[in-house]
Design a protein around this ligand. Structure first.
Ligand SMILES: [Zn+2]
Length: 456
């Protein structure tokens, strides 16, 4: 009798282990099945050269950016400049660009589902529509004219990314042999919009401004005289020229380092860091499953003068262009913004919709009353400094940045902002590495892309 009890107990344990194991497998199967199937060594999905042999990648209005021919070879758009312009959104044949659709969305392209796996009666995989418009990427590519950096535009209400360009780039239909240390292809596999970090330069003055509006009550009546060099905590904060008599609005319009470094030193490192965090600049966003790089603002052991420099976007400050874009959207909307997304929809070869994507919102990145004041000043920047006539039929609010990078190189040029028009709810960010002046260089790239978007 004892023996039987013992055996029954052992059987029960085995049954429990089986149930647990099956449950664990079922969970993993549901959660990761698509990833297992799209593993690069699966010869049912990848051809002999390792390219995904099923599925088409299209832009938002149906231009086929990549498809597969009858021999299972992957093809790209016919125009080589469009191929270069959409490289980081679509991906390269070798799969080196991990954030490209051919790698990142391989499970959705393969037509994988839980019931039939990747089997399809047509054997064609799925159509994956990206949110981007190839025409805007092409305009961005032409406007960047061989310079490195990134250009992005998105709808801050829906999250749809309309333009996402990263350079350097190459033709995926004719990939170059890239040697280590070749400057022309420095970081070419990195999608700079999603994965790079840069000193924000003067664009960060918007965060310092938001903190000052909420913490320094006399800010609106404050005046300041810029002589071109301002002492902050024993450090000389320089401007490109003496700006003369200023208030907060005119200081932002001429991007006076002295004025904003002074504000930063009064706010202190803790308040400044908390506003950078609140603005989402240290967050990582989930963009259709791709995680963006987290910015960092490390003020440990910083002197008063260094906090001053940090307040104008120098010192140790680093931001990700996508996080900056989302912050622009939040200022525009007056609190939060839609989280960017890159996949518009996926359809089977029978044109059956296979998925729909829920809009996601950020938390509160800026207080509504603060956003209103910042918006008014960003609008004044365009009227007073950048030139409203560069942006026809657009109510543009913007901030430029010219971020020093050291090493005797020209500064990085930034231009970020948004359109206030209800019918064109777009935020934008342009970063030109070693481009020089933010307003001139990055502003001109933004103007060309926005002009194509708004005026056709
Ligand atoms: Zn100044």
């Amino acid at each position: 009798m004892r023996k039987i009890e013992k055996r029954a107990a052992v059987c029960l344990l085995l049954v429990l282990a089986l149930l647990l194991g099956s449950g664990f497998f079922a969970f993993r199967f549901v959660a990761y099945g698509g990833k297992w199937v799209s593993f690069a060594a699966n010869r049912h999905l990848y051809n002999s050269t390792g390219q995904l042999a099923v599925g088409r990648v299209l832009d938002r209005d149906g231009d086929v950016l990549s498809c597969v021919n009858a021999d299972g070879q992957r093809l790209y758009y016919e125009n080589p400049d469009v191929r270069r312009a959409t490289l980081h959104a679509v991906g390269d044949p070798a799969g080196n660009i991990g954030t490209g659709a051919l790698v990142a969305f391989a499970d959705q392209l393969s037509g994988y589902n839980l019931l039939t796996g990747t089997y399809s009666p047509l054997g064609a995989g799925n159509d994956l529509y990206l949110t981007i418009d190839a025409r805007l990427n092409y305009t961005a590519h032409r406007a960047m004219n061989g310079r490195k950096g990134t250009v992005a535009v998105y709808n801050y209400n829906t999250g749809e990314v309309l333009c996402m360009y990263s350079a350097p780039t190459f033709d995926p239909a004719d990939p170059p042999g890239i040697q280590d240390g070749d400057e022309r292809y420095d970081g070419v596999y990195v999608n700079r919009f999603l994965s790079a970090l840069y000193p924000p330069g003067s664009v960060f003055k918007l965060v310092t401004l938001a903190a000052a509006l909420e913490n320094l009550p006399e800010l609106e009546s404050r005046t300041f005289t810029c002589t071109g060099a301002t002492q902050v905590g024993g450090e000389t904060i320089t401007c490109t020229a003496p700006h003369g008599e200023l208030n907060a609005e005119s200081a932002l319009a001429c991007s006076c380092n002295g004025f904003f470094a002074q504000l930063a030193s009064e706010l202190g490192p803790d308040v400044l860091a908390s506003y950078a965090k609140k603005a989402g600049l240290t967050s990582s966003y989930n963009v259709s499953g791709l995680s963006t790089a987290r910015g960092s603002f490390d003020f440990t052991g910083a002197t008063v003068g260094q906090v001053g420099w940090a307040g104008v976007g120098q010192y140790n400050d680093l931001v990700n262009p996508c996080a900056m874009l989302v912050y622009m959207g939040a200022i525009a909307r007056g609190r939060d913004a839609a989280v960017p997304q890159l996949v518009l929809k996926t359809q089977s070869a029978l044109d059956l919709p296979l998925s729909f994507y829920l809009k996601k919102k950020t938390g509160t990145l800026i207080r509504a009353d603060t956003a209103k004041q910042v918006t008014a000043m960003m609008s004044n920047n365009v009227q007073a400094t950048y030139g409203a006539d560069r942006f026809p039929n657009m109510d543009v609010c913007a901030k430029s940045g010219t971020a020093e990078v050291g090493g005797g190189k020209a500064p990085n040029a930034w231009f970020a902002g948004f359109l206030r028009n209800a019918s064109t709810p777009y935020a934008f960010v342009v970063l030109v590495e070693n481009g020089g002046s933010g307003s001139d260089v990055a502003g001109s790239v933004a103007a060309r892309v926005l002009n194509t978007l708004v005026n056709g």
